[in-house]
Design a binder for this molecule. Sequence first.
Ligand code: SF4
Length: 449
Amino acid sequence: MTSAATKPSSVNRLKSNDAGRHMISDYWERIFTANERNASVVWYNGAALNPIFQAAGLEWAHGEAFAARLSAQKLEKSAQLAAQEYGYVGELCSYARTHLGTALLAKQAREKFENGIVDEADRDELASRLPMPNFIVNSYAGCSTGQQWDELTMRVLGKEVPIFNVSLPFLWSNRADAGYLQGQEWEEASDYVADQLHKLIEFIEFHTKRPFDWEALREGMHYIKQAAEIRRDAMAMCRSKPTPATFWDWIASVAHINFLPAGPELVTYFSNIREEIVGRLARGETAIKDEKYRLYFDGIMNWNKLGTLARVFAEHKVAIVAGRYTHNAFWQEPHLIDTDDPIRGMAQHYLLCPTNHGFKTIKHFTEHDCDYYGLDGIVFHSTRTCRAFTGPQQMLARAMQKDHGLPSIFFEGDVADESFYKGELLESRLEAMLETIDVRRSRDLIASA
Ligand code: SF4
C-alpha cells in the first residue's frame, strides 16, 4: 500500500523551470552584495521598470518580488512582525507590510554594521539583507496601496532617499470608443506615461551623474520582446487537451519575465520552456495525471501555498490552464514594443497591469481565455489584503455564469500572509463545483444523443 507521504505526485512540473531557478538566486545574490560592490541600488514597486534601471547601470530590487520570495521560502514572519511593531495592521496589503518590515530590518542591520556591532556574515536574517536604496521609484497601476507604499517606505527610511513617482492612470474604458488596446483613453494614457518615463530617465541621470545608455535600453528590450513572444507562444500551446503545462508552471516563471536581467539567457530560458512543451505534446506527456477538468485562476498569487495549491487541484484531476495574473500581465503584448524606440510600448505595458482595467476589459480577457483554452469554470482567489484584485471578482463570477454558463468558486487566501488561507473551504467548494461540471456534461451528453 502507498502511504500519503510516499504517494507519487500527480503534478508533472516543467523541468526547464527547475533548471532556470539559479537565475533567480543569482539575481538576488547580486542585490545582496550591491553595497559591497559600491553599486547604486533602486527600490521600486509595481511596473517592470527594470530594463530602464539595467540600462542605467543600477541594481534593482522589486518590493513585491522580495516579499513574495520571503513568503515562498517561509521567511516572511520576522519582516511582518517588524512592520506590526511599527504599527502597520494585518489588513494592510501583505506585500507592502512585508516590504515595509524588510525596510525596517534592513535599516537596523545597516546601522549595526556601520557601528561595528555586526559584520556582513552575521546578517543571517534574509529579510535584513536587502541593501539600502540610493533612490526609490514607484510606478503602481490600479491600486491606491501600491501608489502610496513607497511614500511610506521613504518615511520608514527617515525621508533621506530621493523618490520618483510614475503615475499610471486607471483605464476606465467607459467612453464609447474604448476597448482593449484601443480608443482615445488608451492613446492619451500611453502618451502621458511615456512622457513620465522620459522624466524618470532624467531623474536617474541627475542622481547617477551619468548619461543614460539608450543603446543598452534598446538591446534589453530586444531580448525582452523575444522572450515575451516565446512565452506567449508556449502558453498558447496549452490549448491542447490535456494540457502539457499549467498555470503553476507560468507562476514559476513570473520572476524571470517580470524582473530578471534582460539578456540572451532570458531568451534561452523561455526557448527551453517552449521546447519542453513541444516535446511533451509530441510524446503525449501531460502536466497533471488524468486531466478531467480545465479551470481558470482569477486572483493574485498566494506565494505561501504554491506547492499546496498545485497539488490540491492536480489531485482532483483539475488542470488550471490559464489565469488573469499570468496571462494578462508581464509583457503580454510584445507586438507593442518597438525595439528601436521602446518607451511608448513600455508605457503601454505598465498600463496593462491586470488590476488597472474597468470591468468591461477584465470580462473581455476572461471570456477570451476561457474560450481559447476550452475551460470548464473559474476559481477565484479572494485575496484578503489585495482589494485591487478582488474588487471586480463577484461581478465577473456572475457575468461568466450568466453569459457563458461557467460555474465558479471563491476561496480565501493572501499574497504573503498564510494566516488567511482557508484550505478546507477550497477543497469542499472545489468538489461541489466539479460535481456541477459533471452534471452539466451528462446533461449535454443526453441532449446530444
Ligand atoms: S493591494 Fe494588491 S495590487 Fe495593491 S499593492 Fe498590494 S498586492 Fe499590489
